[in-house]
Design a protein around this ligand. Structure first.
Ligand code: SAM
Length: 235
């Protein structure tokens, strides 16, 4: 899968790309991530990509021309154009269902804003899908782009060591609930023992215990997910 990240700060991605699962996925040719500096498409001599907002007010707005031209040029790279996503607090909120949908794509273009965001004509002309990380305002879209890449690559076959390990994750297609509690060695730590059933070797009992824990935990913390169970059964 290919990700193109369109940003004013491509250097933010330098160390991120060299870390952990993502680095291995890139090394194993499962994932490509290409940061692009939108400043290269600025057409004035100072490479300015932002300007004061018409109508006045605080902050700067990212101009439409460099963004539109950068997107058009990047779409022509690679074997096929990608699904264009603009990161914005005003977009559809990212959740695991959307992550699963995105993981089916061959290519995503992630458009990262800064300052007061983009000139409206970027959306009017390119009609990107607008996605938000949540109801709060970040300084830039780069963290949101990294969150999408991080969540999506977990679902690409071969990226996780154990193919089944994302299925029981919280919110995932396995059951759309919160995951059950996990334990590892030592068996007893500061007087707290891991549940005996997990050491019983009885797989049916372990599965039943985990299912019960998952439901109880979801009930306590996120009852709204149980209310949506009908929707998962329809999938
Ligand atoms: N003035 C904009 C507004 O109120 O909607 C917020 C601009 S924000 C300071 C700058 C950039 O950060 C945005 O263009 C967007 O790319 C990114 N950003 C901020 N919050 C975000 C969120 N919750 N989800 C995704 N991207 C976000």
């Amino acid at each position: 899968m290919r990700f193109d990240v369109l940003t004013l700060f491509p250097e933010i991605f330098a160390s991120y790309l060299g870390q952990s699962l993502l680095a291995k996925a890139i090394e194993g040719d499962l994932v490509e991530v290409h940061p692009h500096d939108m400043r290269k498409w600025a057409n004035d001599k100072h490479n300015r990509v932002d300007d004061r907002p018409f109508g006045g007010g605080a902050g700067m707005v990212i101009r439409a021309e460099p963004v539109v031209e950068c997107v058009e040029a990047v779409q022509c790279e690679g074997v096929q154009p990608g699904r264009l996503i603009m990161l914005t607090p005003q977009g559809r909120r990212l959740d695991q269902r959307l992550v699963e949908e995105l993981s089916q794509e061959k290519r995503l273009l992630l458009l990262c804003g800064r300052y007061e965001g983009f000139d409206q004509r970027v959306s009017d002309l390119l009609e990107p899908e607008e996605i938000s990380l949540g109801d709060y305002v970040l300084n830039g879209g780069e963290v949101a782009a990294m969150a999408i890449i991080d969540a999506v690559i977990r679902l690409i076959p071969g990226v996780l060591g154990d193919e089944t390990s994302s299925v029981d994750d919280s919110f995932s297609s396995g059951n759309r609930l919160l995951e059950f509690p996990q334990y590892t060695r030592p068996r007893v730590y500061r007087g707290l023992a891991a549940p005996d059933v997990l050491l019983s070797g009885d797989h049916a009992q372990i599965a039943a215990w985990r299912k019960k824990q998952s439901i109880e935990r979801t009930q306590r913390r996120r009852a709204d997910l149980l209310d949506r169970q009908g929707e998962s059964e329809d999938e």
